[in-house]
Design a binder for this molecule. Structure first.
Ligand code: ZN
Length: 424
């Protein structure tokens, strides 16, 4: 069994407590020991990494991953990409996530039926580098809903699958399960850029939602939902949806309902895309009416999320990365957005990015923290991410990335250079 010893690390353990100095011993895929008496652990047979006070922390988890998104400007780009090219892009995106310190990724939808599934399988088989991946099916939407890119008299593929009525929704949900997804996705509300209007509306009926939830839960698969409008959040809670995304327009009653299921449900704002559309889109690149709707959404999120935090609702990071304005790899920016827009302290935002993410992934009791017996999905960071969360956006600051006790990255040259400089 492989043994790795990180000596004299500054451990930010993911519990929310302040960082402390410790030696960490890893055996196989798990953390064997966390010793706060630095220099006392038996190092025989172990590869010793002198951490010299650098931060050892749990790996990041992207809670709203779209490895099939291609950094395009328009949603139609996804339907226009043939499956062969699309699969190769997704494989590169999976690797990119791990390169950026994401050891886990919970998919919020795949743009084609089987891409998430085959990439997950290849990663699990050790054939491709990538994070632990929970695979999702394509978004299931109603005619005219978010993701229905078809137009009368024109052929066009969508990134969503269209279903109307409970029977059709159930059939598509079962199709996704048959192809072995970990979760399905239901688009319960519209979106600011859909044709159904600037203010997002609730467009999927409770009968339709319930049919999808029943089909997925019958096979112990999870259900994710796109819910911007307040009513869509309420329908999702009433029908037993497991992961409820966006939720920025949730009113008091919707927040109460989310709180009532907080031990079971996860929420993800996907704030990165809203931030980018409002603050970073060059003048004239987004339709004015759409941009106004998105700005209202960002404002609403800055009211709703501090309230969710207060109520102890588990919120995960992941900002719809994979569009032109939110390219894949920039996912850790979401931690900064949580601090700047949603009222989280850096420490709290980092818990969302690690521990809550691991809980969402369903990785078992012993994952998502630096503790004895826990899975060794870890980062060694040059600097203090609590003092500056933006450090996690810089890959050169990630000196080591471990998944299941195995190095995906170990920057020996930098560690050695800094060790020599410290000794001089
Ligand atoms: Zn999304």
């Amino acid at each position: 069994m492989s043994r790795i010893l990180f000596r004299n690390a500054r451990v930010w353990d993911g519990s929310g407590a302040a960082a402390y100095p410790a030696d960490i011993l890893i055996e196989g895929e798990r953390i064997r020991a966390v010793a706060t008496q630095v220099g006392q652990l038996e190092a025989a047979g172990a590869e010793v990494i002198e951490a010299n006070g650098r931060t050892l922390m749990p790996g990041l988890v992207e809670g709203h991953a779209h490895i099939t998104f291609i950094n395009g400007a328009r949603p139609t780009d996804l339907g226009d990409t043939p499956p062969e090219e699309h699969t190769l892009i997704a494989a590169r995106n999976a690797r990119l996530l791990l390169d950026h310190g994401f050891t886990g990724a919970y998919s919020a939808a795949s743009a084609k039926l089987r891409i998430d599934v085959v990439i997950r399988n290849a990663i699990n088989a050790g054939e491709l580098p990538g994070p632990r991946l929970r695979a999702c099916g394509p978004e299931i939407t109603v005619t005219g809903g978010l993701g229905d890119e078809r137009r009368a008299h024109q052929f066009r593929d969508s990134f969503a699958m269209v279903a109307d009525g409970p029977t059709e929704v159930m059939k598509l949900a079962r199709l996704c399960v048959r192809e072995n997804v970990d979760s399905i996705k239901l688009n319960i509300s519209g979106d600011d850029h859909t044709r159904t209007g600037v203010l997002p509306r609730t467009v999927m009926t409770e009968e339709e939602i319930r049919a999808g939830v029943t089909a997925a839960h019958d096979y112990d698969r999870l259900v994710n939902a796109h819910c911007r409008a307040s009513e869509s959040v309420k329908r999702a809670v009433r029908c037993g949806v497991d992961v409820i995304y966006h939720c920025e327009h949730a009113d008091e009653e919707a927040l109460d309902m989310l709180e009532s299921v907080k031990d079971r449900v996860f929420v993800g704002p996907a704030i990165g895309l809203l931030h980018a559309a409002v603050h970073e889109a060059p003048e004239g690149t987004i339709h004015k009416g759409v941009q106004k709707g998105i700005a209202l959404g960002l404002e609403a999120a800055s009211r709703a999320y501090p309230e969710m935090k207060k109520r102890g609702i588990r919120v995960v990071i992941g900002g719809d990365y994979g569009f032109a304005r939110t390219p894949q790899g920039e996912n850790a920016r979401d931690i900064e957005h949580f601090v700047n827009h949603l009222g989280y302290s850096p420490n709290e935002a980092l818990v969302c990015a690690t521990r809550y993410g691991a809980e969402l992934m369903g990785m078992g009791e012993k994952a998502g923290q630096v503790r004895e017996g826990f899975l060794a999905d870890l980062l060694l960071v040059d600097g203090d991410p609590v003092a500056d969360v933006r450090l996690l956006q810089q890959t050169d600051r990630l000196l080591a990335i471990l998944k299941g006790g195995e190095f995906h990255k170990l920057d020996r040259a930098t560690l050695e250079r800094q060790r020599i400089r410290a000794a001089e």
